[in-house]
Design a protein around this ligand. Structure first.
Ligand SMILES: [Zn+2]
Length: 122
């Protein structure tokens, strides 16, 4: 039985970033974390060069990085808001304060993303 040519043709996906290039499979996507280099398989755009590692490859990297204790765990802390005469106060947890080296005089941009409040330190 002859193989149907159409079935073995690789259909290349369009790049979601530039919408011009095509995503080509690659096995040399490099990411660096704390001086460790990880190589992942994935796809790369032939136009803008944007890289899209496969999900399972990213998971492997995260697991390896966790073993090496170099994966930054997301800080997720529960805090209660409090009220003052002029409004509602949110106190920055001291872990975050230390991690970002805040001194309390920073300018911030506050934006709303869905039901999340994003505070960007300038
Ligand atoms: Zn692209």
């Amino acid at each position: 039985m002859k193989k149907d040519q159409e079935n073995i043709k690789i259909i290349l996906k369009e790049c979601p970033t530039c919408e011009k290039g095509k995503l080509l499979p690659v096995n040399d996507i490099i990411s660096e974390l704390s001086g460790y280099v990880f190589v992942e398989k994935g796809e790369r755009c032939d136009s803008c060069g944007e890289e899209f590692p496969y999900q399972e490859e990213t998971q492997k990297t995260i697991q390896a990085a966790r073993k090496l204790a170099i994966w930054p765990e997301t800080l997720k802390l529960h805090r209660k808001l409090s009220k003052s005469g002029r409004g509602i106060i949110f106190r920055i947890p001291s872990d975050i304060e230390k991690q970002l080296n805040l001194n309390g005089n920073e300018d911030v941009d506050v934006s709303l993303l869905g039901n999340k409040i994003i505070i960007k330190i300038n």
